[in-house]
Write a protein that binds this ligand. Sequence first.
Ligand SMILES: Cc1cc2nc3c(=O)[nH]c(=O)nc-3n(C[C@H](O)[C@H](O)[C@H](O)COP(=O)(O)O)c2cc1C
Length: 405
Amino acid sequence: MSLERRQLPKWSELKPLLRTKPVELNATERRLSRAFTINDLRSIARRRTPRSVFDYTDGAAEQEVSLYRARQLFHNLEFNPSILRDVGELDTTTSMLGRPSALPFAFAPTGFTRMMNHEGERAVARVAQRHGIPYALSTLGTTSIEDVAAAAPTGRNWFQLYVWRDRAAGEDLMKRAKAAGYEALILTVDAPVAGARLRDLRNGFSIPPALTLKTIADGALHPSWWINLLTTPPLTFASLHAWQGTVADLMNSLFDPTMTIADLDWVRAFWDGPLILKGIQTVDDARRVVDAGADAVVLSNHGGRQLDRAPVPLRLLPDVVAAVGDRAEIWLDTGIMSGADIVAAQALGAKATMVGRAYLYGLMAGGERGVDRAAEILTKEIRRTMQLLGVRTVGELEPRHVNLP
Ligand SMILES: Cc1cc2nc3c(=O)[nH]c(=O)nc-3n(C[C@H](O)[C@H](O)[C@H](O)COP(=O)(O)O)c2cc1C
């Protein structure tokens, strides 16, 4: 039996322990305040969005091995911290295309963003502008080039292009992006044909989402999503007219599978600004596109949505940096789910990174405020990881800070 004396707690002792939190009346804020990681945002997104839309965003190609392996490599790597370095002051700025970016990541181009949440590309562009990072509008975006520029007039807006069968349509997009003041063009080169997004096929997912018995039943669980979809302008996309069919059919009908490296000359004829080549997956190809004049290269397997069992970009990174890092900026995407992932990529030599799903989960979880929350989470994680590693600037991150398994 304990010999300690017991007593009834006094009110004066209890009072300081009681902490009443102000009640958050805004339901979105309340929801988002419970998200501490990108995975938390993903869980909220899953509950808030019809199954087929969530799966279109969350899913990848075939067996989804490319995405799984990319995330696993981030998960399994080991950090080597340095201790007793003054990390009181921190600078997360990096340079992208020779200009400062407040954080070492940009928002990657993603198609059909207004379908995930009706606030769509404008919201993403505004958040990027607020956080001082670039945003790339996709060829398959659902807001026009001009409307995105108007929403984020002082943002670093980039335009992502696929090589079109109809060259005149591609030329028109480049001219419009230039006229609207876009800073850079991203040419995505890993999609000569669409990857097999099996979740979309199984869900019977089409653009725009069709009203079938299945989607109506699912829609009953997500009424606000449907109301928002049906009461905002139809889901045509940035560049084109409406489409009725799967995303894969759409990509196959629009994009040119015969494109070669010679097509860079075509792009160069209409775009004289910075050119970023996205979807590079071997050292040889990195060399080829840098020889052909790319200013930056994005090591990416399209978030695992194209070739399955593709190289893991993080694994490829050190060799590409060694081969061409002195001639072009080497960036990386695919599988980034935390700020620590971004820090690891920087340490292994990436000049910057791009995130896709990370901000889309935020968008689905809570529109513009959700994208903000995603950016806040990544920022906090980047800062904390840098401090725990004992570095004060992004430039101090080195390969010695990371062991790859
Ligand atoms: C829903 C969705 C749509 C995408 N659409 C495009 C696109 O239109 N053009 C493009 O170049 N990449 C597209 N991507 C790929 C992203 O730009 C980026 O490479 C990828 O999301 C990075 O992987 P992460 O989602 O793991 O961050 C898309 C990705 C997702 C998730």
